[in-house]
Design a protein around this ligand. Structure first.
Ligand code: PMV
Length: 319
């Protein structure tokens, strides 16, 4: 039985503190490493699905080439049983220029809306597992606060779960660096990074960093959390720069200048550590009470960059 009236789900985006950057299985979208993220309060995708004549996609009122969505819906049909064609209507409150992974919140919201529409009775972990086939980072957007995507080694055991932590006064200063965003998709970027001679060392180090990160979160040690996250992110970006198959970088000169200021802020005694994803923008990990001063420090020096302060956000919800 399906719901004629459609269903709406809301998922918030997440930022990885221990990154997913490489695939062990392309078809199943299994990662080479487990990853850990913080779901954010400020950015989300709201997605409604309705029965239609064919699968289609509308984002912020604009029709899109829905090929990736159609393929993903077909994966869900193959996994869970057939359902009618769907019109997917998405409202994306993840600014495209922010360098925040909008695919994470998009595929999480879509998976949840389709499951609700079809009355599938699934746990958050089962929804997370299904969403992986659309986008790896989506697996972590079902959960409030911190989540870990356990890499697993087969379809059945590769999904995310919530990570209980003490109440942490953590915040991110999101720096929307201006300039051209390099057009290397995350899938292509990962494929190239995996040709770096440093790749296996990064995978090995990532497992250690995940354990250290869990300990730092349990101890509510935001400084340590930032140190580990920054080391993990810089090493990820180094893989792109050392790829054997066409080296590249997502970072630009502005990114480098912001990173210099992050160091300067630390010298002044601030807790400030940087993480970057598939784009030039910088997210600075800090404490809530230090975020406004950090934002002010940077705003004075970078007139063209926009800054946001983001905090921990909620898990999946429905309307
Ligand atoms: O899930 P994708 O294909 O959007 O890849 C996400 C990759 C990073 O954002 C760079 C890292 C991560 O773990 O979110």
């Amino acid at each position: 039985m399906t719901d004629q009236n459609g269903q709406t789900a809301i998922a918030h985006t997440n930022i990885a503190f221990i990154k997913y950057w490489g695939k062990a299985d392309l078809t199943l979208n299994l990662p080479t490493t487990s990853s850990l993220s913080l779901t954010l309060n400020e950015y989300y995708t709201k997605t409604r699905v309705e029965e239609a004549d064919e699968d289609s996609l509308l984002i912020n009122d604009l029709p899109q080439d829905g090929k990736r969505i159609h393929q993903f819906l077909d994966v869900l049909r193959a996994e869970m049983g057939d359902f009618p064609p769907l019109r997917v209507i998405s409202e994306n409150k993840v600014p495209l220029s922010a360098g925040l992974a909008s695919s994470a919140s998009s595929f999480a919201a879509l998976t949840a809306a389709v499951a609700k529409f079809n009355h599938w009775d699934l746990s958050l972990e089962e929804l997370s597992r299904l969403s992986r086939r659309g986008s790896g980072s989506a697996t972590r957007s079902f959960f409030a606060g911190f989540a870990i995507w356990e890499k697993g080694d087969k379809d059945e055991n590769s999904y995310a779960h919530a990570l209980k932590t003490p109440d942490l006064p953590i915040a991110l200063v999101v720096c929307k660096v201006s300039g051209m965003v390099k057009k290397v998709s995350s899938s292509d970027g990962m494929r190239r990074a995996q040709t770096s001679p440093d790749y296996q060392a990064w995978v090995d180090e990532s497992a250690k960093q995940l354990d250290e990160m869990k300990a730092a979160l349990a101890a509510a040690d935001i400084k340590k959390v930032g140190e580990i996250a920054e080391a993990n992110a810089l090493a990820m970006h180094n893989l792109n720069l050392t790829a054997e198959d066409r080296r590249f970088t997502y970072l630009n000169q502005e990114t480098v200048k912001v990173l210099e200021q992050v160091k300067a802020l630390r010298k002044q005694g601030f807790i400030a550590y940087a993480t970057m994803d598939a784009g030039p923008n910088v997210k600075i990990i800090t404490k809530k009470d230090q975020a406004p001063a950090i934002k002010e420090h940077l705003a004075k020096r970078f007139r063209k960059i926009q800054f946001d302060i983001a905090t921990a956000g909620p898990g999946i919800s429905y309307e």
